[in-house]
Design a protein around this ligand. Structure first.
Ligand SMILES: *Cc1c(COP(=O)(O)O)cnc(C)c1O
Ligand SMILES: [Zn+2]
Length: 438
């Protein structure tokens, strides 16, 4: 068997490559972002058909580590990590929900929702975290890395995932959260897993600035998606979407975006499949942002190549309330490579989209609401055509956002018109009263 391998390289193209076991988050030459580069020549030793067969044989099997949709594609993700180093909770393999009723309502019958929130910690963040924590464990076993702790800044879901994987591996975890800006469920998760949780009087961007300094000083190992190891796991969403349609490419992939790591990961996944002959064309990318935190949308509308940082305003889509997205240059490349567009959704639009989707059997988090609202808008403008196949990536489980959903239905948010609200009907415990109210 040939030796598959992956290394860090400068995203902007500086010379040099570095082992993925090094604690390195920026190009040593230009200070820019890094990316993981695979030895594509080695991967070409198998035909596209042979890879698809292997991936299908492994999909959702119990033999370790192939119960994981990420590690079932291990040669394309992180080839040098052995079975004994892998920290997995069975990520990936999530349902593609055919949103039949919702799709019919907007004359888009081929609308699907990739339920990435049906995961161990309730969001897609598990996909990247299994790779990052496994590489750390591998690097500790080879002696390349001795981190005091793995740490991240988070809008809630990254810290939940890191805390769970750290606990599963027995590694110390530190998380920085913006105080009062994550849901109760998201706060409880790292607490329950025994992580050291710092709640800071700032927003996500403020937490991110501090965690980057800690990483630069070598005090922690950085688990944010600035670390390209995360992207390698998250790109498997692209593989799965195609695999779940018997290796056919959809027309659109829609992703709610904040720090823009996931949008970049989708492109990385589709690009890798194209390079290795599994697909022949790219789907179009729709990056969906909250209007209250829309730096990528602004750059797109203004036709700019660079994303300018803005202060993010408060949004119910708290996981994407980010004004200074770390992966902006990666996402710019993704937009170009996938003939992409950026749309935005207001608080009213995202809340109504959630309520509407829930009425058709989904149970959407506010971020998925942003993505759906953007689909509604682009369908209405006929940018998305009626006959196109559209995949919305649902990033988190609605169960993490009970305050938001209950608040909508109880009309607790004065700024929102809860026109699709549904409240319990309080009745005396009498048969006749219930009959009368039926
Ligand atoms: C992290 C997260 C996002 C945003 O992903 P980025 O890679 O930061 O763009 C969207 N939705 C949810 C639920 C998340 O947890
Ligand atoms: Zn560089």
């Amino acid at each position: 068997m040939p030796q598959y391998s992956a290394k860090f390289q400068c995203f902007a193209g500086c010379e040099g490559s570095y082992p993925v076991t090094k604690a390195l988050y920026r190009c040593p030459k230009c200070g820019g972002l890094l990316e993981v580069k695979h030895d594509m020549a080695a991967l070409r030793d198998r035909s596209a058909a042979a890879w698809m067969r292997i991936f299908d044989e492994r999909y959702m099997r119990n033999s370790w580590p192939y119960g994981s949709g990420v590690w079932g594609k291990r040669e394309w993700v992180m080839p040098e990590v052995g079975d004994e180093s892998i920290v997995s909770t069975g990520e990936g393999g999530t349902n593609l929900f055919w949103a039949e009723r919702l799709g019919k309502e907007i004359d888009l019958p081929d609308l699907w929702v990739k339920q990435c929130g049906n995961a161990h910690t309730g969001s897609f963040k598990d996909l990247g975290m299994t790779v990052l924590v496994s590489v750390v464990r591998h690097a500790m076993q080879t002696g390349d890395l001795k981190p005091r702790a793995i740490a991240c800044a988070s809008t809630g879901d990254t810290s939940a995932a890191l805390a769970a994987y750290g606990a599963a591996a027995g590694l110390p975890v530190v998380v920085l959260l913006p105080r009062g800006k994550v849901s109760t469920a998201q706060l409880v998760q790292p607490l329950a897993h025994g992580a050291k949780v710092f709640a800071l009087e700032t927003d996500f961007d403020g937490c991110m600035a501090i965690i980057q300094k800690l990483a630069e000083e070598g005090l922690i190992y950085l688990a944010n998606s600035m670390n390209p190891l995360r992207i390698e796991g998250q790109k498997t969403v692209a593989f799965e979407i195609v695999q779940q349609f018997d290796w056919q490419v959809p027309d659109w992939v829609v992703i709610p975006s904040g720090n823009l790591g996931n949008a970049s990961a989708l492109f990385a996944g589709f690009e890798m499949m194209r390079e290795l002959g599994v697909i022949q064309r790219m789907p179009r990318l729709l990056v969906a942002q909250a209007a209250n935190a829309n730096p990528m949308y602004r750059a797109f509308v203004d036709g700019k190549d660079e994303v300018e940082a803005i202060p993010a305003q408060k949004s119910h889509a708290s996981a994407i309330q980010i004004g200074n997205p770390v992966s902006a240059p990666r996402a710019m490349r993704a937009l170009k490579g996938m003939n992409g567009v950026v749309e935005q959704a207001t608080e009213q639009e995202l809340a109504d989209a959630c309520a509407r989707a829930d009425r058709t059997g989904l149970y959407t988090c506010p971020h998925t609401g942003v993505a759906l609202a953007c689909v509604f808008k682009l369908r209405a403008k006929n940018v998305i055509k009626a006959n196109e196949r559209v995949i919305v990536v649902s990033t988190a489980n609605g169960l993490k956002f009970t305050e938001f959903k209950l608040g909508y239905h109880e009309k607790a948010f004065p700024e929102l018109d809860s026109r699709l609200r549904n409240e319990p009907i309080v009745l005396p415990a009498e048969l006749e009263a219930v009959k009368a109210a039926l």
